[in-house]
Design a protein around this ligand. Sequence first.
Ligand code: MRU
Length: 369
Amino acid sequence: MKVGDTHYRSIWFDDDAREVRIIDQRWLPHEFRVVALRTLEDFAAAIRDMWVRGAPLIGATAAWGVAVEMRRDASDANLAHVTEALLATRPTAVNLRWAIERMRRLLTPQPPEKRAAAARAEAQAVCDEDVAINEAIGEHGLKLIRDIAANKPAGEPVHILTHCNAGWLATVDWGTATAPIYKADAAGIPVHVWVDETRPRNQGAHLTAWEMASHGISHHLIVDNAGGHLMQRGRVDMVIVGTDRTTACGDVANKIGTYLKALAAHDNGVPFYVALPSPTIDWTLCDGRDIPIEERDQDEVRKVWGRLDSGAVTQVRICPDATPAANPAFDVTPAKYVTGLITERGVCAAGRKGLLELFPEHAREARDD
Ligand code: MRU
């Protein structure tokens, strides 16, 4: 997607400098900073401390981390060390495990002298595939938006609520939940986006609002608690969110607060869609309660980042000094509240049957209990 006149991906290999670069998302929307990741500790910190975030981008970053390390030391011991270190960075987004397993499967049988080149090509393939997957999600989601638009008075926008940032910044490009929005906008369908601010880290306010503004898409930032009210008043036509892990039975883990949006959507008859790239499906689980939920530092709840009128970007405390905070970073929306899963192969019912109709090659591994 474009930033100003320049097309960016969220992660890329710079051929001249021979290094991996990312957009450091901790500073958005106030500053656009590009940084290089050079060591295993850089890659691990970038994922753990959320310089990059979003399930697909976490996976892509891990793939590049393996590739960069294989250039330095392609031994079996280092391959094991690197993959374990990266796996330990964040627990919920299954794309991390998917990407690392993919790298490990490819590299393990190869002699060490071939691993660096193979790993680099594979990391690039992970990124290119992510872009293609998300664009296809965009095409399938576009049809849903088009159908809703067709039932509205001409020229009236389709109002879409989204939570967190499942935008291009959360993927390599396009985004998952945002891809249909970008496609609809390009197709001339008027859309308006309700952007949940997404406490505690405010990915909606910091990242989705920035993406929408950068692409000239009509939007309003809302507090997390406003969605239910807007749905009751008929001001939301559909919800589209991303996911960090969806089970074979269609239960969806996503940023904390998603479940409450699904309940409100269900109560108000608002369709609730989840944009789901296939690497985000965990075929080894059925019950969403088995998904590990990341607990993050309590200071993410006790403090917020923002920009002062002076221009300085800083953090301020919002509660008494001694207040303890709990910070579960994700929740699980049961499949019964999900209207449909928008995948790169089409839209399906949230459940084992629907997923296997689109991905029959996983029939043997897909759990059903
Ligand atoms: O904690 P984050 O910012 O990594 O959480 C991101 C989300 O919850 C996204 O909705 C999800 O990863 C889907 S990204 C296409």
